[in-house]
Design a binder for this molecule. Structure first.
Ligand SMILES: C[S@@+](CC[C@H](N)C(=O)[O-])C[C@H]1O[C@@H](n2cnc3c(N)ncnc32)[C@H](O)[C@@H]1O
Length: 284
């Protein structure tokens, strides 16, 4: 299959082995600049705060199990009022968390290799991925969480829309930093066309909502090494990514969430969710 991301084109094949190589990328191909950030490099986009949109998702979806990667001070985890798992190697909790929240002070790689099988007995209805802002980390986080998804599950990815190329550098030098998480949208669109993707225009970093998740789909596991080898380089995000072209306002999301909630207990195949969600999207 041919993949194109910001002018970088390459072909990948579905490999027989699904062993993902955690040592990739072997070396950063380009050093980031050490020049201090200019004021215009720090300006984010969007007006609706992402925490407001997360609160809406919790209110409508009412997840029975919520999982968050990248907790920091707990502001996003505090939106959960249900049994929840937070994963962060360096949490610095300042917010008040619900009593059902379990915190795991470790990386997401450690959590999913050592603890997930003990603590995740049922599906994760909603996940928020906001850990390390590098493509290979968010791609793995997505792959890990999808293995625990049910028919009505939703994955919310933060940092999908940098507003300036400096914010998208793989080596951080700006305060407002989304890294190269933006690449996941074109990667998922091309490698997993079976998924439903909804980009949302929140402040400061934009969100990507992903549904139609299929825990049995191994395509990313069989192509991960090739994707990371090709794309873990500094690439300027295309202008339409910076301008958030085709990105929806947060006001559109509720009908999608109602569909997902209705599918939670149905033995529905992922394709059914995708068909219903695309029908709503076609009317936007
Ligand atoms: C942007 S902050 C999270 C903010 C939080 N989600 C919120 O909205 O309030 C990113 C967090 O990811 C954590 N992090 C970094 N690498 C990680 C990894 N490999 N696994 C899980 N968390 C990681 C950092 O320690 C940091 O606290």
């Amino acid at each position: 299959m041919n993949i194109a991301v910001a002018g970088e084109t390459f072909s990948i094949t579905v490999e027989p082995a699904s062993n993902i190589d955690l040592s990739l990328p072997v070396a950063e191909s380009e050093e980031g600049s050490t020049t201090p950030a200019q004021p215009e490099e720090e300006i984010p986009r969007g007006t609706t705060p992402y925490l407001e949109t997360l609160a809406t998702i919790h209110r409508v979806l009412e997840p029975a199990m919520y999982l968050e990667i990248g907790v920091w001070q707990g502001n996003s985890l505090a939106q959960a009022h249900c049994p929840a798992i937070g994963i962060d190697p360096l949490p610095d909790i300042k917010a008040t968390l619900a009593p059902e929240v379990q915190l795991f002070s470790m990386t997401s790689d450690q959590f999913f290799s050592e603890r997930a099988h003990q603590v995740l007995s049922g599906p994760v209805d909603m996940a928020f991925i906001d850990g390390m802002h590098l493509l290979e980390f968010v791609l793995r986080d997505f792959m890990y969480v999808e293995r625990h998804a049910g028919p009505g599950s939703l994955i919310v990815l933060d940092d999908a829309f940098p507003a300036h190329p400096a914010q998208a550098a793989r080596k951080r030098r700006t305060g407002t930093w989304m890294g190269d998480v933006w690449k996941l949208y074109p990667v998922l669109s091309q490698v997993r066309p079976d998924l439903f993707l909804l980009p949302i225009n929140t402040w400061p970093a934009g969100l990507l909502l992903v549904a139609g998740l299929d825990p049995t789909n191994g395509t990313l596991w069989h192509t991960y090494n090739q994707i990371v080898r090709h794309l873990s380089i500094n690439l300027d995000p295309p202008q339409e990514v910076l301008d958030r072209v085709g990105v929806y306002p947060p006001t559109v999301i509720e009908p999608f969430l109602h569909v997902l909630k209705s599918l939670r207990h149905a033995a529905a195949p992922p394709a059914q969710a995708v068909t219903e969600l695309r029908a709503i999207a076609s009317r936007l």
